[in-house]
Design a protein around this ligand. Structure first.
Ligand SMILES: [Fe+2]
Ligand SMILES: [Fe+2]
Length: 260
């Protein structure tokens, strides 16, 4: 059985002057992991010079980097410019989409959505003024995008869901409950429950908790404020042939402690 090391970080919030710090962190992780996941909020205010700090750090890496944008990356209304800068550096940007990468001989599928607001236990209903209904519809588009993307990576040896907003309450514990409405949405858990990926990571909740689950599917809040380190590394064991062997127990993601 092949073990893959996946390094994940959310909420790097790079500023234009953070080049040295970010480059050093990525250099270290390039030696420790087989794949890097960035769970949104790569920048402070969605500026191109900020995202170039991350893009430059990724450009030199020999391992693949997959990212979703976060709400901060939209702040300057230049998401396309950010995506372009990251893509030119070799980063795979997901937005209600998926990628399948060969990693150490294993097909690793990543389904990525930013996610959006909505809260938990029907805090936000599809009701009222057009702006409220549009926000509900935006989250619905992310739910549908996640569902389709997870379906598309079903045959992969390892399957990961990458989000910015949280699909569960457990990883928000520590944040004031009045903010949970804008920190995640339980509707995002529907596709996770249905497709049962091996690992779910998100960010966004800087004061939240590290570990949660959706009916046994492990969910981790990898915001650097929560993990307390540049990247958290997970070990995942691939199953050799998913399509023929779906009855086999799902591989478990295991967070591992590494010395910085
Ligand atoms: Fe953030
Ligand atoms: Fe955020």
């Amino acid at each position: 059985m092949t073990t893959i090391r996946v390094a994940a970080a959310g909420d790097i919030h790079a500023g234009a002057g953070d080049g040295d710090r970010v480059r050093e962190a990525f250099e270290r992780v390039g030696e420790q992991a087989d794949l890097v996941l960035l769970a949104g909020d790569l920048t402070q205010h969605g500026q191109v010079d900020e995202v170039c700090v991350v893009a430059d750090a990724c450009r030199e890496l020999e391992i693949p980097v997959v990212a979703v944008l976060g709400n901060h990356d939209w702040q300057s209304d230049r998401p396309d410019d950010l995506r372009r800068a990251l893509s030119e550096a070799g980063v795979v940007i997901l937005d209600r989409s998926h990628t399948i990468l060969p990693v150490c001989g294993v097909s690793v599928g990543v389904a990525g959505v930013k996610g959006f607001v909505g809260g938990f236990a029907q805090q936000w209903a599809n009701f009222g003024e057009p702006l409220f209904r549009e926000a509900y519809a935006e989250t619905t588009r992310d739910v549908d995008g996640l569902d389709q993307s997870l379906a598309a990576i079903e045959p992969c040896g390892i399957r990961i869901a990458l989000l910015h907003y949280s699909p569960v309450e457990a990883t928000l514990i520590g944040e004031p409950e009045r903010l949970w409405l804008v920190l995640g949405a339980d509707r995002l858990a529907g596709p996770i429950r249905r497709h049962r990926p091996d690992l779910v990571v998100h960010g966004h909740a800087h004061h939240g908790s590290f570990e949660g689950e959706v009916e046994g599917v492990p969910v981790y809040n990898v915001a650097v404020h929560v993990t307390g380190r540049d990247f958290w590394i997970f070990e995942l064991e691939a199953r050799s042939l998913r399509t023929d062997d779906l009855a086999e127990p799902a591989p478990r993601a295991r967070p591992v402690e590494l010395d910085e």
